[in-house]
Design a protein around this ligand. Sequence first.
Ligand code: SAH
Length: 213
Amino acid sequence: MDEALASRLRAEGIRDERVIAAMARLERARFIPRRWRAEAEADRPVPIGEGQTTSQPSLVALMTEALALGGDERVLEVGTGSGYQAAVLAPLCAELFSVERLPALAARARALLQGELGLVNVRLRVGDGAEGWPDEAPFDRILLTAATPEVPPALCAQLAPGGRLLAPVGPPEGPQWLRLIQSGWDGRLHGKDLLPVRFVPLVIGPTGAAPGG
Ligand code: SAH
């Protein structure tokens, strides 16, 4: 257990002890390529290769907490990246589906999540996450880890009634706000902005890669 991280998250205002435990059990350095690994301890975004970054742990914790997971949800993540956020989510939900458009990142995340960590409730796919995962929809929770000026309509359509969608919304160069969209039991959507953030952009369109399994 990374007690230092746990205390830091509590000091940052994270209250959900399940989120804190899930994060304290994980070694963030494993998700970061060797050349940037020395930066893994800091509460800062860190490069993960291919021009992408993984968010600072305090923000990963805040986003995970904002999803308000009870444990029986089916969750869609758009932007697998390093797989760190996915590894935090997996033990807190029933099933995690995660889509990444860059094959090299997806391959590394797959080896870590399904191989080394043996997470049996994680499914990964290479493709455009803006289209969601139609075959597995609807989802109780949807998390975008890349910023978009507008939440793609396909993702809103794949949100189950009573569900929550969390996304950094804004242009690539900012300002971006982390927006929480809640679906009422009548399926109507209500959004509120939580805090200003800075994410890499959501890139729409084909990746030129064959879809993964
Ligand atoms: N959740 C990741 C954060 C990675 S950064 C982590 O914990 O490390 C955001 C990721 O979104 C990048 O890997 C980027 O390639 C990916 N991405 C950008 N646009 C995408 C799209 N349309 N579909 C799927 N992934 C996308």
